[in-house]
Design a protein around this ligand. Structure first.
Ligand code: SF4
Ligand code: SF4
Length: 398
C-alpha cells in the first residue's frame, strides 16, 4: 500500500500535529498530500516548500505518523516528475551551482592538518563546518589534539555527505558520495566516525545503511563523542561562568533523538548554568527545509524568537550544535546581545582553548552568505530585497 493510503487509514485527523506546526494551520494538508502521493491530483495545493522539516509534528502524533514524512515523499515525487530545480542544484555536490562551491570561490578554505591521514577516528566536519563556519571544526580539532586522539579528517565538498540534497528530494548525490566516503574510511582504518553536523550524522546512521552493507563503524555526533572523552577523563573541563540556553537543532533532537548528551556536558562544566534542562519549548531556528532561502523574512523572524526566548530565561549565551542553526541564530540575533557559539567551541573554551573570531568575522560571513544565495538563486535577489525592506519596517516599529 502507498504511503498516502496508509496515512488515510491510520490518521484520526485529531489535529495535534497541525496545532504545533509553525508553518501550516490547515488539517486538510494531510488529505492534499495523500491525494498527491496516490496520484489523485497532479500536484499538491499546499506549498510544500514552507515545511521546515523540524519534526515537531512527528513528535506529537499518537499514531506514529508525520506530516514531515508526507512532505519529504512529496518533494521526492516532484523531483522524479519534474527533474531537479535550481534550488536543488545548490545542495547538489556534483553541480556547479552548489552553494558551498560558490561560497568557496570567495573565501580561502580552511585546510585540516590531518586531511587524508590514516586514523582510528574520522572527524567529518561537513561542508558547512569546513567552508562557512570552520571555527567550530577548528574547536573540535583542538579538542582531539589535546586528548591525543588518533584521528583523520575528510572535509569539504569532495566529501559532501549528500544529506542536504536528499532533504530537498534528490537522493542520488548521497547514494554516490556515501559509497566513496565509506570506501575511503575503510582504507584509512577508521573505526569511529564523528560528525558535527546533524545532517552528516543522519547520513551515516540512517541513509547510508539503506544501500551500503556492513556499516561496521561506531557513528557518533560531536556531543556524544565529547561526552565519551569527558567520561573517559581524556579531556578536563575548566570553569566557565555563563548562564546558557541550549538550542536543540531539529534534525539532531527530534530527527535523531540526541538531546541529553549536550545537556549533560553543559551541566558538567563548573560555573555554567543551563536554563533549559529539557527539550520543552524547543523549536526550529528557521533555517531548515530550504525555508531560509525561500522565505527569508519568516526564517530570520523565527531565529529572532529563539533569542527572545533565551533572553526571557535570563541567559547570556546561546549554544547550538549545528552549523546551520549557528548561521541563522547569528543572522537573526537582531542585537540581542547574546553570545552565540557551537557546543564544541564552548567545550574547547572550558578546556582553555580559545580560537580568535569576532562579531565582524561573523558579520562578513553572513553578508557573503546572502551574496552567494543571490548568485546561486536568481529568485533570491528579489526575496532578499523584500526581506531587508520588511526588516527595516520591523526595526522602525521596535
Ligand atoms: S497527529 Fe497524527 S493522527 Fe493526528 S492528525 Fe496529525 S498525523 Fe493524523
Ligand atoms: S516538519 Fe515542522 S514545519 Fe514541517 S509539517 Fe511538521 S511541524 Fe510543520
Amino acid at each position: 500500500m502507498g504511503i498516502g493510503n496508509t496515512y488515510m487509514e491510520t490518521c484520526s485527523k485529531c489535529g495535534l500535529c497541525i496545532d504545533v506546526c509553525p508553518r501550516y494551520d490547515d488539517i486538510s494538508l494531510i488529505d492534499d498530500l495523500c491525494d498527491f502521493l496516490e496520484g489523485v491530483c497532479e500536484k499538491p495545493c499546499f506549498d510544500i516548500k514552507r515545511c521546515l522539516t523540524c519534526n515537531l509534528c512527528t513528535e506529537e502524533c499518537p499514531e506514529g505518523l508525520s506530516i514531515k514524512n508526507l512532505i519529504t515523499a512529496s518533494r521526492q515525487k516532484m523531483t522524479t516528475m519534474n527533474g531537479i530545480t535550481a534550488g536543488q542544484t545548490t545542495a547538489d555536490p556534483f553541480s556547479d551551482n552548489n552553494f558551498y562551491r560558490k561560497f568557496s570561490e570567495h573565501r580561502k578554505i580552511y585546510t585540516f592538518k590531518r586531511e587524508g591521514w590514516n586514523g582510528e577516528v574520522l572527524f567529518f566536519p561537513g561542508c558547512a563546518g569546513t567552508i562557512i563556519f570552520p571555527r567550530m571544526s577548528k574547536a573540535m580539532v583542538n579538542v582531539l589534539e589535546q586528548a591525543g586522539v588518533d584521528y583523520t579528517v575528510m572535509s569539504g565538498i569532495d566529501s559532501c555527505c549528500g544529506a542536504v540534497a536528499a532533504g530537498t528530494g534528490n537522493r542520488e548525490p548521497a547514494m554516490k558520495k556515501g559509497v566513496t566516503i565509506i570506501e575511503e574510511a575503510r582504507k584509512r582504518g577508521v573505526k569511529t566516525i564523528v560528525t558535527t553536523c546533524p545532517g552528516c550524522f543522519m547520513a551515516f546512521k540512517v541513509l547510508y545503511p539503506q544501500f551500503i552493507k556492513d556499516m561496521d563503524f561506531e557513528i557518533l555526533q560531536a556531543s556524544q563523542y565529547l561526552k565519551k572523552l569527558i567520561d573517559e577523563r581524556s579531556i578536563k573541563l575548566g570553569r566557565l561562568e555563563s548562564t546558557v540556553f541550549y538550542h536543540d537543532p531539529c534534525h539532531l533532537t527530534r530527527g535523531m533523538g540526541i538531546h541529553q548528551e549536550p545537556r549533560d556536558i553543559l551541566k558538567s562544566i563548573p560555573g555554567t548554568i543551563l536554563m533549559n534542562s529539557t527539550t520543552k519549548g524547543s523549536a526550529c531556528c528557521g533555517l531548515g527545509g530550504g525555508v531560509r532561502v525561500n522565505f527569508p523574512f519568516d526564517s530570520i523572524e523565527m531565529a529572532n524568537q529563539r533569542h527572545a526566548y533565551a533572553k526571557e530565561l535570563g541567559c547570556d549565551t546561546l549554544i547550538t550544535n549545528c552549523a546551520g542553526c549557528l548561521q541563522n541564530l547569528i543572522e537573526g540575533s537582531n542585537g540581542s546581545g547574546l553570545k552565540i557559539v557551537d557546543l564544541t567551541e564552548y567545550v574547547a573554551e572550558s578546556m582553555g582553548i580559545k580560537e580568535k573570531h569576532s562579531a565582524q568575522d561573523d558579520g562578513e560571513t553572513i553578508h557573503l552568505l546572502n551574496e552567494v544565495f543571490c548568485d546561486c538563486l536568481p529568485a533570491y535577489r528579489e526575496r532578499k530585497r523584500f526581506f531587508y525592506h520588511h526588516q527595516a519596517v520591523a526595526d522602525n516599529h521596535t
